[in-house]
Write a protein that binds this ligand. Structure first.
Ligand code: ADP
Length: 211
């Protein structure tokens, strides 16, 4: 089974992914997480990507498409989180999957009002060591207390600062939103009310993809 999570920054795709990937034995492929680990490792790809990411801009299509194609050929079923984000990427994904004789089974659209998204992103703290995220209002959260990760210190992502958030929102509207029609026309898309608790969102997803 191959699933795409589509939705604006802060809509909870990453949070639901860990649960979904485990429950349905899918390989979680988050392009944002892959890029962030490339940055940490100091690779050429990471260096190139970081200037776009810190500003809140998208990394160029050819870089992302190359990176995802390489990963896709090495795994069986996939849960795509943060890809595709442009029409070019969506078309490239179609080609790549058809070369591998695979198809997309579901596109889940995480729908959240924009005021709520801005609130979530500006309150978000991230772990330096793993994909976990937390909310600032929690009492001095540390990743260690919540998971097997040993990291004590959380940080605010450069692109979770106000200026970058506005750029990300605009990029989402201009470049990613057109994908909603692209997948609607293919009859693959289901709307998720993602302005709910983590448990409620995951219940909605389970009803759609029950196998
Ligand atoms: P969010 O969904 O909260 O914006 P992500 O972790 O998915 O965060 O992505 C962080 C950044 O990584 C994006 O703002 C962008 O710069 C880059 N990125 C991730 N996925 C893609 C993609 N498919 N195409 C272009 N850039 C991407």
């Amino acid at each position: 089974m191959n699933i795409i999570l589509l939705g604006p920054p802060g809509s909870g795709k990453g949070t639901q992914s860990s649960h979904l990937a485990k429950k349905y034995s899918l390989n979680h492929l988050s392009t944002g997480d892959v890029l962030r680990s490339e940055i940490v490792s100091g690779s050429k790809l990471g260096k190139e990507a970081s200037k776009y990411m810190n500003e809140g801009n998208l990394v160029p299509d050819e870089v992302i498409i190359g990176m995802v194609s390489q990963k896709l050929s090495a795994i069986d079923s996939v849960l795509l989180d943060g890809f595709p984000r442009t029409l070019n990427q969506a078309k490239a994904l179609d080609n790549e999957l058809s070369n591998l004789s695979k198809t997309i089974n579901h596109v889940l659209y995480f729908n959240v009002p924009s005021e709520e998204l801005i609130q979530r992103l500006s309150q978000r703290l991230s772990c330096r060591n793993c994909p976990n995220t937390f909310t600032k209002s929690e009492n001095n959260p540390s990743c260690k207390s919540d998971s097997s990760c040993e990291e004590q210190e959380l940080y605010q992502r450069e692109d979770d600062k106000p200026e970058a958030i506005s750029i990300r929102m605009k990029n989402y509207t201009d470049l990613t939103e057109p994908l909603l029609n692209f997948y609607k026309e293919k009859n693959l898309m289901t709307n998720i009310d993602a302005n709910k608790s983590i448990a409620e969102v995951s219940e909605q997803i389970d009803k759609i993809i029950h196998i």
